[in-house]
Design a protein around this ligand. Sequence first.
Ligand code: GTP
Ligand code: MG
Ligand code: ZN
Length: 355
Amino acid sequence: MYLYTLHFCFIWIMAKKSNKNNRSGATPAIEESAVGRDGTVIRNTGSSYVVLTDGDMRTIDCRIKGNFRLKGIRTTNPVAVGDHVTIMENKDGTAYITEIKPRKNYIIRRASNLSKEASILAANVDQACLVATLAHPSTSTTFIDRFLATSEAYRVPAILVINKIDLLSATDDNNKGDADLLDAVTYLYRSIGYKVIQVSARTGEGLGALQDALAGKITLISGNSGVGKSTLINKLIPGLELKTGEISDVHDTGMHTTTFSEMFPLPGDAGGWIIDTPGVRGFGTIEFDQYEVSHFFPEIFRLSSNCRYGNCTHTHEPACAVRDALNDNHIAMSRYNSYLSILADVDPDKYRAPQ
Ligand SMILES: Nc1nc2c(ncn2[C@@H]2O[C@H](COP(=O)(O)OP(=O)(O)OP(=O)(O)O)[C@@H](O)[C@H]2O)c(=O)[nH]1
Ligand SMILES: [Mg+2]
Ligand SMILES: [Zn+2]
């Protein structure tokens, strides 16, 4: 009996303590009179979210209440731009996201290959557009391939936009200009089956093709810092005036000007939305299984049915159709190296890209 009393006292003290915590303001309060409504997250600043409500189209600053973590993945942002949510709005204007509706899709990246922390770039998108540049700054093919493979993994159609084509000269001292590189990169990705759009946000060249590709769709825009994501969006949406930044003279890279993700409606009858995001350095993959990685490289996957072994990893196995195609130059070495680099993410000791 004595033990029971002691136990009861303990529970009572704990309950008091948590009540006190609630009153201290540490945990947000939703009043009984709070009104529930549905909407879409259109801005994510890290600590708060802006939700555009369905119907009356109001923008409401919200915090989150509840545990929205994805199973088994530690994410820096449990709620992402594009999420359909339910919010509770108090009389005093404070509001909380209390529920995320089931996601059609999402794209997650790890900050780097070693980092355990991941972030959800966006949710419920129709397509993902990678803005890359061949100069000032120059996007690596590994970065491009990691982005494309991630999009394949999450079944989000990807578009490759090559910006700043105005900076590419037809010839250089060796009579081989950047323009050749542009042709080669464009040819490579088109031959795999990707849509490639060459643009210059500065001169406006190619913007029409980009507009056509975006019309009526919800598009996530990603890429390294300084490739011109925000500049392109400013061109697509007159009057928007997003902040843009200079390219560092020392490092020839961007200055991480955009610091949070935001979704903007596109002009025109077709509608559509575009999501600007902060520039990223790396594209670490997550949740990939070693036998699955080749599924995310369409040209490798197409050939793998000709490999002798059904579970061929295309690294050391005999009679590997993928490595044969590599030797015959039917698969690009850059793509194969990117494939190996993702395998190395999955099992760092086992796979190493040839130097
Ligand atoms: N020459 C040239 N410069 C461009 C072009 N597009 C953008 N820039 C310049 O590139 C710089 C970076 O542009 P931003 O739009 O800030 O790049 P961002 O990708 O949004 O960068 P973060 O927000 O840091 O991720 C700016 O100085 C732009 O004026 C282009 O087509 N040609
Ligand atoms: Mg930007
Ligand atoms: Zn193989």
